[in-house]
Ligand binder design. Structure first.
Ligand code: GTP
Ligand code: MG
Length: 222
């Protein structure tokens, strides 16, 4: 089941009528795990691999996922975010996507983990670095997956891991999982990580203080 969680359109999984109230109050909303990364990196494909079925639409051309889409699993919601860095989108569109991503990340009351996807064949881009910094400045828990691992030789793994860790300045405590939707690599490790994160308490994002007279921090560029 999917819901379009477009903040500007007012969509929300906690919409009235969805939950049954009991004497103890409404049941807690399921925890959310979001997938973020540049366009075409493999977010929707990875979401389908995690879910074990084809929920999200994926495609050869970048810019397939343009909204915040929430997919409900039994005890967990997976959130497919629009891809950033889609060169052929207009500047206005990219700014809109950046704002949607940011509004979701700051606005979700149930977010437990952001999975940042990077392509295992290439060094992370400036936008990947921006997202990683943005998340850690706001104290939002994140992990990294290196996608399309079937395209990297066993021998090339170590170098790829080093490049990704160095470029994104990842400490040892940040999980980095190689994944492939072709071979199924990484599925179990990622699933364990997701379960752990879903069981952990929610981390409220830190609102960055603004010096007087300075407008709020600019939205994530998409
Ligand atoms: N070889 C290989 N191809 C993959 C893998 N994951 C995704 N792809 C391919 O990469 C392309 C993009 O995949 P998507 O899942 O649509 O990527 P996305 O990040 O959701 O893209 P946007 O919605 O445009 O942001 C598709 O052609 C996929 O088949 C993988 O693990 N290995
Ligand atoms: Mg997609």
């Amino acid at each position: 089941m999917t819901q379009d969680r477009n903040p500007s359109a007012g969509g929300d999984s906690s919409a009235a009528g969805q939950y049954h109230w009991t004497a103890a109050g409404p049941p807690a909303a399921p925890p959310e795990v979001a997938l973020a990364g540049r366009s075409n990196v493999g977010k929707s494909s990875l979401l389908n691999m995690i879910a074990g079925r084809r929920l999200a639409r994926s495609g050869k051309t970048p810019g397939v996922t343009r909204r915040v889409n929430v997919y409900q699993l039994p005890d967990l919601n997976l959130v497919d975010l629009p891809g950033y860095g889609y060169a052929r989108a207009s500047k206005t569109r990219r700014e809109l996507w950046g704002r949607e991503i940011e509004r979701y990340l700051l606005g979700s009351k149930d977010l437990r983990l952001v999975i940042c996807l990077v392509d295992s064949r290439h060094p992370p881009s400036e936008l990947d670095i921006t997202l990683r910094d943005w998340l850690s400045h706001r104290n939002l828990p994140f992990a990294v997956t290196a996608t399309k691992a079937d395209k990297v030789s066993r021998g090339g793994r170590q170098a790829a891991e080093r490049t990704i860790r160095e470029t994104l300045s990842l400490g040892e405590e940040v999980p980095l999982i190689f994944t492939s939707t072709v071979t199924g690599e990484g599925r179990e490790e990622l699933w364990r990580l997701i379960q752990e994160a879903a069981a952990a308490p929610r981390q409220v994002p830190t609102r960055l203080p603004q010096p007087p007279g300075v407008s709020p921090s600019p939205p994530l560029e998409s």
